[in-house]
Design a protein around this ligand. Structure first.
Ligand code: F6P
Length: 410
């Protein structure tokens, strides 16, 4: 079809990415760009999230340009800039955003982000009438996407956010590597995993041989800590080669004997423009308390940015493309203030546009792990969670040393 016959001829769509990066953002951008181009849009990229719409603007042209969606992170860069007033920045920068949308003649804005970036986009849509389409992303997988998981005749409200499948794969592989060193020294390694408010990503360690697990959803009070130490001892003693890798979320709320309070461990007292502090260091505290209480050698390992880094994995490539197909539907219907989501948790091959829906961006919020996925009494992830993961990761990444040597008796 000739360009001048295309539906959105002369119109411009701009894409921005905000918040923490994921391995799937470039693939999301490429997929949205390709589809919008076919519809006739000129496609711009806004650099550094909302920051690229402040001042004179920082905009690049993505139309007919090569784009490597397999490469991780975001080539448009990201920031935690909030155009609306915040504690950190009380002045509203919405007028600057509006001015730039007009100056660059941007007709539709697609915002790739979590609750913060998309929350700001939704406010712009509601208060200023800016045509926005939200697009989900977070390795934490805690955005409420209203995606249902059918498990043994039960419907569980799960979440499926681009970025999580790649991060979960990375965490399962990372755990399977850490396992060999824990095993060699008969140690417990407490492995810290990103996840401020939810333990979705922490759970993916079980596909790499991780055992037990602590998540932000359930506070570790003084009493629960006692039960936890007993559970750790039992699991360690039962383990074949006397070792454990225990995944814990960075946002675990842990009872501190000195202060008598249950709190997270902060890496810094600074907060970003959405009011979020940085967490980090809980694994060291838990490892030293395990050693103190049980006398079992324990170490801490922070997986840090590893799950956020590197290439977009297989499941994410198809997921981002499928959700981009739904963006086309929203554009054709000029249905703004919406976000494409997956309706049902399915394996890779079944990721198709008919399994998508769009949700009002106002209903997107934080979604903790459902109780079907985590057993509070046993401090462990359930079979239902394992089934959820199997859809995404297929096979566990873990392997064991296969031989047992005969013991020599003198
Ligand atoms: O985007 C969410 C997240 O990955 C959290 O799990 C983590 O706390 C945060 O980002 C850290 O982000 P940064 O160090 O880039 O500010």
């Amino acid at each position: 079809m000739k360009q001048d016959q295309k539906l959105f001829k002369g119109k411009t769509l701009a894409i921005l990415s905000g918040g923490g990066d994921t391995p799937a953002i470039n693939h999301s951008i490429e997929s949205i760009r390709n589809r919008a181009s076919l519809l006739g849009f000129k496609v711009y990229g806004v650099r550094k999230g909302w920051k690229g719409l402040l001042g004179d603007g920082d905009i690049v042209d993505l139309t007919n340009q090569p784009y490597d969606g397999w490469y991780g992170g975001t080539a448009l860069r990201s920031s935690r800039t909030n155009p609306f007033p915040s504690k950190k920045n009380p002045e509203s920068r919405v007028p600057q955003v509006l001015k730039n949308l007009e100056r660059y003649k941007i007709d539709v804005l697609v915002t790739i982000g979590g609750d913060d970036t998309n929350g700001a986009a939704k406010r712009l849509f509601e208060t200023e009438g800016i045509p926005v389409i939200g697009y989900p992303k977070t390795i934490d997988n805690d955005l409420r996407t209203h995606t249902m998981h059918s498990y043994k005749g039960k419907e569980i409200e799960a979440v499926m956010c681009p970025g999580f499948p790649s991060a979960a794969k990375a965490i399962s592989e990372f755990t399977s590597k850490i396992k060999t060193t824990a095993e060699s020294h008969s140690r417990i390694i407490v492995m810290e995993v990103m996840g401020r408010d939810a333990g979705w990503l922490t759970g993916s360690a079980i596909f790499g041989g991780g055992k037990l697990g602590l998540v932000p959803e359930f506070e570790m009070t003084r009493e629960r800590k006692e039960v936890f130490f007993e559970t750790v001892k039992e699991a360690y003693m039962k383990s074949r080669n006397k070792y454990l890798v225990i995944p814990v979320s960075e946002g675990v709320r842990w009872y501190d004997e000195k202060t008598g309070k249950v709190d997270v461990v902060y890496a810094s007292s600074e907060v970003d423009e959405y009011g979020h502090p940085r967490f980090g260091g809980i694994s060291g505290i838990i490892a030293s308390e395990i050693y103190g209480k049980l006398g079992i050698e324990a170490r801490a390992q922070i997986s840090g940015y590893y799950p956020r880094a590197g290439h977009c994995r297989k499941y994410d490539r198809r997921l981002t493309a499928t959700l981009a197909d739904k963006v086309v539907d929203l554009l054709l219907r000029e249905d703004y203030g919406q976000m494409p989501v997956l309706k049902k948790i399915v394996p890779f091959m079944e990721l198709e546009e008919f399994n998508t829906a769009s949700i009002d961006m106002g209903t997107v919020g934080n979604k903790p792990l459902p109780e079907e996925y985590y057993n509070i009494e046993k401090f462990s992830f359930t079979d239902a969670y394992r089934d959820f993961l199997a859809n995404i990761l297929e096979q566990p990444a873990t392997e064991d040393f296969r031989y047992d040597f005969p013991v020599v008796i003198p």
